[in-house]
Design a protein around this ligand. Structure first.
Ligand code: ADP
Length: 150
């Protein structure tokens, strides 16, 4: 018997969780797709954030729901605007790796006031997108901990 309280045990467990245990599948588009097509992808894939990659499949940007709404508010033809014009671009993208602690990823979401982080793997010429970690993943952790099934 360790003499640890329930909350100490819970904290210990929580501090060990890694991103890779909770990450979801990323949804990516290439930088030359139109804003119209990105909106369609966001609906069809049922995600709130799209990651944008170049033709070498390396991360170049992020598209949120509001980025797409903002771009839609003019009278422009959305099928004529490529997403690289409106995305948040590298190097201003907050990322994490699958070995990072989940708690560190959660802190990034709060600090940067964003909904999701791409999980990346460093390659010779850029970052490969291997996953996605979102506020929904964090909510599932909370519920899982209380139900004691994590
Ligand atoms: P929304 O804009 O729909 O509220 P977010 O809060 O996730 O969604 O995004 C806010 C802004 O931050 C957007 O302009 C988006 O492009 C940008 N953003 C989202 N995720 C990231 C990230 N991981 N790194 C950098 N910027 C991001």
């Amino acid at each position: 018997y360790t003499g640890k309280t329930g909350s100490e045990l819970l904290t210990e467990k929580l501090k060990k969780f890694k991103v890779k245990e909770f990450q979801s599948i990323p949804v990516v588009v290439t930088e030359d797709v139109s804003v119209y097509d990105a909106i369609t992808t966001m609906f069809l894939e049922d995600v709130g954030t799209l990651f944008v990659v170049n033709n070498q499949s390396y991360l170049v940007g992020v598209l949120s729901r509001k980025d797409l709404i903002r771009a839609s508010m003019g009278n422009q033809d959305l099928s004529e605007i490529p997403v690289h014009i409106i995305m948040t671009r590298m190097p201003n993208i907050t990322v994490c790796t699958k070995e990072d602690l989940l708690l560190e990823a959660a802190q990034q979401l709060i600090e940067k006031q964003i909904d999701s982080l791409p999980v990346v793997q460093e390659k010779e010429n850029g970052l490969e997108v291997v996953g996605r970690i979102t506020k929904t993943n964090m909510t599932k952790v909370l519920v899982g901990l209380v139900r004691d099934d994590l």
